[in-house]
Write a protein that binds this ligand. Structure first.
Ligand code: ATP
Length: 238
C-alpha cells in the first residue's frame, strides 16, 4: 500500500538474436490486482512473462519487484522472490503422479507442507480425486489445473499465467477463470496472458494490449471491453 507496484516493467527491450520481441514495454501490476495481457499471435505476451520470471534477460530496461530490480536474477532463484510461472502448454511431469507434481512445486521449501496440498485440493477437487494418477493421463483441463496448483505450492505473491484457456472447452475455461478469481481473492496478484480477451477482461482489473512488441493500449478492464478498437480487433466485431 505504499504506492510502489508489486511488479513494474520499465522500457523493457528483449531480443531473440536480432529479432526485437519487446520494443520498450512499460507495465505495472499493483498488489492484489489481476492484470490481463492481451494481443495477437507473436505480439510478445509470452516473451513478457518469460522475462519477468528470469528465463530471458532484457537487453535494456528493468524488471522491478516491489521497487527492487530483479532482471538478471535466474528463474530458479526467482521462486524465492515469490514469483510463480505457469507456462504456455502446462508442462506437467507426465510420468509422475498428480501429488508428486504438486510436491515438485514446493521445492523452494525444505519440506512439503500438507496445508499447501490441502489448499490446492480444495481449490481443485478433481486433482484430489486423481492424486495418485499419472499426470500424463489427465485431460487438458485437469493438466492446466495441475500446472496452476503446482505453482501455488510455491506460495507465490505474483502468479504469471500463460494462456490458461488454450485448447480447453468453454465450460472448463469458465471453471479455470473462476478459480483464478478465487486465488486472487485469497491474496495472490495475477498477471494473465490471454487470447480470450472478453473473458480475461471480465476477470481483470486492468489490461494491456500488445502489438508487435509494444503496448498499443492499456486501461481499466471495463474501459477496454467497451473500446470499439478492442471490440473490432479482439472480440470479433466491427
Ligand atoms: P502467441 O500468442 O502466438 O504465443 P505471443 O504474444 O506470446 O504470441 P511471443 O511468443 O512472445 O508472442 O513472441 C514474440 C515475438 O518473438 C514473435 O515475433 C516470435 O516469433 C518471436 N519469438 C518468440 N520466441 C522466439 C525464439 N525462441 N526465437 C526467435 N524468435 C522468437
Amino acid at each position: 500500500g505504499t504506492g510502489t507496484p508489486l511488479l513494474e516493467l520499465k522500457s523493457l527491450r528483449v531480443f531473440y538474436g536480432a529479432i526485437e520481441a519487446l520494443k520498450g514495454i512499460d507495465l505495472t501490476v499493483g498488489e492484489g490486482e489481476i492484470v490481463a495481457l492481451l494481443g495477437g499471435n507473436g505480439a510478445g505476451k509470452t516473451t513478457t512473462l518469460r522475462t519477468v520470471s528470469g528465463m530471458l534477460q532484457p537487453r535494456e530496461g528493468q524488471v522491478c519487484l516491489r521497487g527492487e530490480r530483479i532482471d538478471g536474477i535466474k528463474s530458479h532463484e526467482l521462486v524465492q522472490f515469490g514469483i510463480g510461472h505457469v507456462p504456455e502448454g502446462r508442462r506437467v511431469f507426465a510420468t509422475m503422479s498428480v501429488r508428486e507434481n504438486l510436491e515438485m512445486g514446493a521445492y523452494r521449501f525444505k519440506s512439503v507442507d500438507s496445508a499447501d496440498l490441502d489448499r490446492v485440493f480444495t481449490l481443485f477437487p478433481r486433482l484430489a480425486e486423481r492424486r495418485s494418477q499419472y499426470a500424463g493421463t489427465l485431460s487438458g483441463g485437469e493438466q492446466q489445473m495441475l500446472a496452476i496448483g503446482r505453482a501455488l505450492m510455491g506460495r507465490p505473491e505474483l502468479l504469471l499465467l500463460d494462456e490458461p484457456s488454450m485448447g480447453l472447452a468453454p465450460l472448463i475455461v469458465q471453471q479455470i477463470f473462476e478459480i483464478i478469481h478465487e486465488i486472487n481473492q485469497q491474496g495472490t496478484t495475477v498477471l494473465l496472458v490471454e487470447q480470450n480477451a472478453t473473458q480475461a477482461l471480465g476477470l481483470a482489473n486492468r489490461g494491456y494490449v500488445l502489438e508487435t512488441g509494444s503496448v498499443a493500449m492499456s486501461g481499466d478492464a471495463q474501459d477496454l471491453l467497451a473500446d470499439p478498437r478492442i471490440r473490432a480487433a479482439y472480440l470479433g466485431e466491427g
